[in-house]
Design a protein around this ligand. Structure first.
Ligand SMILES: [Zn+2]
Length: 316
């Protein structure tokens, strides 16, 4: 039994995705999305993935609202003021509280066995005169174990996919890019072939510029909750990662074999060890619902559905 497993997930945005900074600022849009400070690339924080994943695992395992011994629990969400609504059961291990963690006072809390890391943009869709082209950069592809070295030309593109090999230039409307010399291939990347065939490599310097110039900016109207009608003059704009964007994120699955909570050993329902595979299976039940129920804000405005491309092949 392994102590831990790191799994890299690949996901495609089925809708625009808005994960906001939580504060409106005086920028070019009213509601900007979160960016990585160093690169200025939009990202989805790990907490914005683990939050909905927790809720969806709770739905899938009947722990959203449930009762035991005459008590009501909800293992989704924060568990109320002091976490008292979480069941916190470790033997048998709650499929929500053990993977995602709980806190019910000293001696009776645990950090989740699954740790979520930020989702980063891997392949970004841009409209061109030659149809949609996905753009990526050597930095975006780093550390994925693709067994390929990536080199991008300056101020030009290098086609990684067959379909664009004969293009001498790409016209993005606001930017004309000539073809240059580069290196790399996406053979081992588990994303749809149609996308890989239309992917080009650009420099790490150009990539954030292309991404930030092609985010969705939408205008919406504020609804007065009291009357259900549009508030006068309350138009606002918000940014979103566009539909078709391919993202990647890591989840580390830890084994529960060394854990004791309140002196108790972690055991599954049938008395087995809480291993990495069990933890992963519970989390993936939740990740499966990302493509139906979505993540991020503006869910009621047709946003946020994210399809995970490499879940284990089991029926959750
Ligand atoms: Zn629970």
């Amino acid at each position: 039994m392994d102590d831990f497993e790191v799994k890299t997930y690949y996901a495609i945005a089925l809708d625009p995705i808005h994960v906001g900074t939580g504060r409106a600022r005086l920028e070019r849009v009213d509601l900007p999305i979160i960016r990585e400070p160093g690169t200025n690339l939009p990202k989805i924080p790990g907490t914005s993935l683990s939050g909905p994943a927790r809720t969806y695992t709770a739905i899938q395992t009947n722990r959203y609202r449930w009762s035991k011994d005459g008590r009501e629990y909800s293992c989704a969400g924060r568990g109320g003021e002091g976490g008292e609504n979480h069941c916190g059961s470790v033997n048998p291990a709650c499929p929500v509280c053990v993977p995602y963690g709980f806190s019910k006072g000293s001696g009776n809390s645990m950090q989740g066995l699954a740790q979520f890391f930020d989702a980063q943009i891997l392949l970004f869709p841009v409209a061109s005169l030659a149809g949609t082209v996905w753009v990526t950069s050597p930095m975006a592809l780093e550390g994925l174990g693709l067994n390929s070295e990536f080199q991008a030309p300056d101020n030009s593109f290098y086609p990684l996919g067959e379909q664009l090999k004969d293009k001498e230039r790409l016209n993005f409307g606001w930017l004309m890019l000539p073809k240059g010399d580069g290196k790399g291939n996406l053979t081992n990347l588990p994303v749809p072939e149609e996308i890989k065939q239309r992917t080009v490599l650009v420099s790490d310097k150009l990539f954030p510029k292309i991404v930030n110039s092609n985010l969705e900016v939408r205008t919406s109207v504020s609804i007065d909750p009291a009357t259900g009608t549009a508030e006068e003059g309350a138009l606002f704009t918000y940014e979103a990662i566009p539909r078709g964007t391919v993202l990647k994120f890591d989840v580390v699955y830890n084994s529960g074999k060394y854990f004791r909570v309140g002196g108790e050993e972690l055991k599954t329902e049938d008395g087995g060890d809480v291993g990495t595979q069990w933890v992963k299976a519970q989390v993936e039940k939740g990740l499966k619902l990302f493509e139906i129920l979505g993540i991020g804000g503006m869910g009621t405005r047709g946003m946020g559905r994210l399809k995970i491309l490499n879940l284990e092949k089991v029926n959750y």
